[in-house]
Ligand binder design. Structure first.
Ligand SMILES: Cc1cc2nc3c(=O)[nH]c(=O)nc-3n(C[C@H](O)[C@H](O)[C@H](O)COP(=O)(O)OP(=O)(O)OC[C@H]3O[C@@H](n4cnc5c(N)ncnc54)[C@H](O)[C@@H]3O)c2cc1C
Length: 345
């Protein structure tokens, strides 16, 4: 075991407790990071043989397809501070290692609106901008102000404003051009003191009606989102999973129309004049993969988009299942599913 001035780097650590798919994989080196200084110390001491480096938050959007023969930096930087305030808004700076859902509840309890629809998304605050997390009609970018990050290669700190992040659907510059180059250390969100409720999502609306709530506040929305999610998605603590395994594909309208001819009930959401977003879960189900099991891995019986670990599945087994699903959807619909989960192999 080698040490830097602050943080301890451990050798050969099993990553199973650090990923919600509950896959066992060895990290050659592993360090918990609690401050920017600690991070910079570790980066300064890195030798070529310690590469590559993987930044890890809550491990809820990652598949370890194999052992990781480099250094895993597990971000645990904490802290919440209001850094600016006006009559209408406040800017909350949050440590990257803070739990996302606990942060949502912290804001909801104080009446600060904007992220209540994103309740119960697992993982850390620092990972939220990486794929621009979204759910129930809201995406992170709507409240995102800026983030602070440290460049892995130089150890230098820098700031990314919203315009720098190139946010898209489950996407940002950190999944593309700058993939694997920065550690997010802090995120600043702009929250509303007079929140506008977003109940546009059908399931939220019908739940409000069932509960007889005509003037919902953000805490009603958060509670409803939590209940809906608990009913729909498997709890990763009891059944290993990483949420949606694939992104919902956006296809040309012509292709969608062809699918509609053979499957009149095919769901689709218009994405401007030329394209339609088709739910990946529906495609997988139609391709015959809902609730199927191969070895120790399978798709969730209530939502085909979620790949689950029934116990003891290896990362390679899960990846092989994902490949089979992709091939089946491609053959049936001529649509290539892209993973939402970050595959580490
Ligand atoms: C049951 C379930 C439901 C889910 N529902 C949703 C949903 O509704 N909407 C949604 O968008 N997502 C959802 N997800 C996916 C996941 O929760 C989010 O993507 C979350 O933001 C991942 O956070 P994490 O800390 O676990 O990231 P990790 O899985 O640890 O990492 C994900 C990626 O971000 C990188 N990363 C992590 N932390 C940092 C950092 N500090 N700096 C730089 N890079 C970093 C990693 O290298 C990796 O590439 C769900 C997952 C599960 C298990």
């Amino acid at each position: 075991m080698s040490t830097t001035s602050h943080s301890t780097v451990q050798s050969n650590v099993d990553l199973q407790p650090y990923n919600t798919l509950q896959v066992s994989a060895q990290a050659h080196r592993f360090a918990n990071i609690q401050s920017v200084n600690e991070l910079q110390d570790i980066l300064r001491d890195l030798q070529p043989k310690d590469q590559p480096v993987l930044v890890l938050g809550g491990g809820s959007n990652i598949l370890f397809a194999d052992d990781f023969d480099g250094t895993v930096l597990h971000v645990e930087i904490e802290g919440k501070e209001v850094v600016k305030e006006t009559d209408k808004h406040l800017w909350l700076e949050i440590g990257a290692g803070e739990n996302w859902h606990e942060t949502v509840r912290y804001c909801v309890e104080r009446g600060w609106g904007g992220i209540e629809n994103l309740s119960l998304i697992p993982g850390t605050v620092g990972a939220a901008p990486i794929q621009n997390i979204g759910a129930y009609g809201v995406e992170l970018e709507e409240v995102f102000e800026r983030l602070e990050a440290v460049e892995l290669e130089t150890g230098n700190s820098c700031t990314f404003e919203k315009g720098d992040c190139q946010f898209g659907y489950r996407d940002s510059i950190f999944k593309n051009e700058l993939k694997g180059q920065y550690v997010v250390t802090k995120v600043v969100l702009r929250l509303s003191k007079n929140p506008t409720i977003n109940s546009s999502y059908g399931a939220i609306q019908s739940e409000l009606e069932t509960r007889g709530i005509t003037e919902p506040d953000i805490s009603d929305i958060s509670d409803i989102v939590i209940d809906i999610r608990n009913g729909k998605l498997p709890n990763p603590q009891t059944l290993g999973n990483a949420g949606s395994f694939f992104k919902n594909p956006v296809v040309a309208n012509e292709l969608y129309q062809r699918i509609k001819e053979s499957h009149p009930g095919a769901p689709g959401y218009s994405m401007g004049a030329a394209e339609t977003k088709v739910p990946a879960g529906w495609l997988i189900e139609e391709a015959g993969w809902k609730g199927k099991t191969v070895g120790n891995a399978g798709t969730y019986k209530q939502q085909a988009l979620v790949i689950v670990n029934h116990g003891g599945a290896t990362g390679a087994e899960i990846l092989a299942l994902a490949d089979k699903i992709q091939v089946a959807v491609l053959e049936k619909f001529c649509i290539e599913l892209g993973p939402e989960v970050n595959i580490i192999d």
